[in-house]
Design a protein around this ligand. Structure first.
Ligand SMILES: NCc1ccc(-c2ccco2)nc1
Length: 325
């Protein structure tokens, strides 16, 4: 099988949500290549926390089977989190069906999620080795269906301020220009982890320097080594590190330079306009590039990914591919 599902950006492209049917019930989920749990808001949560969300009701699904011995709890790098119990149920993404997918029904969700009223949960697309279900670890939707796909891959086509798509099982050549360049993925941390080999700021010269990175659709910004971030904002008049905001800010009327990442031996350019992320005040805007301090690697989140067509190749030699869209 193969199929396409649309994604729709939340405000500021902070996240991208896709309609998914779980036990015949449609929820809008954040497809997250940085984690490996499919979890959903559910009727098992306090009623007040369900308000504003679509929720999964396992009792009204004709195909749910409780995995009563299993439970899950997840913490994300932004401090948000959730926990709950587990069912097996039918999950449909576009036209791709997992007949018996582990659906992690939340009993508790952190406040950061609750206020995201369009976000009804996450669909993890990292490697199943980091799925949090205990005592019996479960597979991601992609791993569940992989063997039934025409090709063992999925692609991400995220756009700035407009709907895009995720495709499972095939590469749609109409969604990118030029060629796709690939980088080897190291799966030892369960992530789509690769090494970028350099960067450039605007029309400046290329700096050859390797930096360990992940491709993460579930992170909004582009997190890079501090020296690269300093080199970037050093080219922006009025840019500053504002500890009260927790990162670099720029004047909202800045004409920001592009950022070029060298991956797979090719140049991949983020337009400067994508790096003016969101207003903080009348004149100050939060930068879309921030330092990766404390994370342990760089994170190519949506600020970068929405400039690219991205292939997540889950073959026996996993790799990530990037092309200009
Ligand atoms: N990278 C995983 C992830 C995704 C979304 C969220 C989130 C928090 C509030 C709303 O959404 N947190 C972490």
């Amino acid at each position: 099988q193969q199929g396409e599902v649309s994604n729709t950006p939340e405000a500021h492209d902070q996240s991208y949500l896709c309609p998914v049917t779980v036990g015949g019930q449609t929820l809008n989920l954040d497809f997250d290549t940085g984690s490996a749990d499919l979890w959903v808001y559910s009727t098992l949560m306090p009623t007040s926390e369900q308000r504003g969300h679509s929720v999964y009701n396992p009792d009204s699904s004709s195909s749910s089977n409780a995995q009563s011995d299993n439970s899950w709890t997840i913490q994300y790098s932004d401090g948000s989190g959730a926990s709950g119990t587990v069912y097996a149920d039918k999950v449909v993404v576009g036209s791709v069906t997992a007949t018996s997918q582990a659906v992690e029904a939340a009993t508790s969700v952190s406040s950061a999620f609750i206020k995201e009223t369009h976000n009804d949960g996450l669909l993890g697309l990292a490697f199943s080795s980091i799925n949090t279900v205990q005592p019996t670890q479960q597979t991601t939707f992609f791993d569940t269906v992989k063997s039934t796909l025409a090709k063992p891959l999925f692609t991400a086509h995220l756009k700035k301020g407009a709907p895009g798509s995720y495709d499972f099982g095939y590469i749609d050549t109409s969604k990118y220009t030029g060629s796709i360049t690939y980088a080897h993925v190291d799966t030892s941390n369960g992530l789509w982890e690769f090494t970028a080999s350099g960067y450039a700021v605007g029309s400046g010269s290329t700096v050859a320097t390797p930096y360990d990175s992940i491709a993460d659709t579930g992170t909004s910004l582009l997190y890079l080594p501090t020296e690269i971030v300093a080199a970037y904002y050093g080219e922006v008049n009025g840019a500053m590190y504002d500890s009260s905001q927790g990162g670099y800010t720029v004047p909202c009327d800045s004409n920001l330079p592009d950022f070029v990442a060298i991956i797979g031996g090719s140049r991949h350019t983020v337009p400067g306009s994508y790096i003016n992320y969101a207003p903080i005040s009348e004149t100050s805007c939060f930068g879309g590039i921030q330092a990766n301090d404390g994370i342990g690697h760089s994170v190519f989140g949506d600020v970068f990914l929405k400039s690219q067509f991205v292939v997540f190749d889950g073959s026996n030699s996993p790799r990530v591919g990037f092309a200009k869209q």
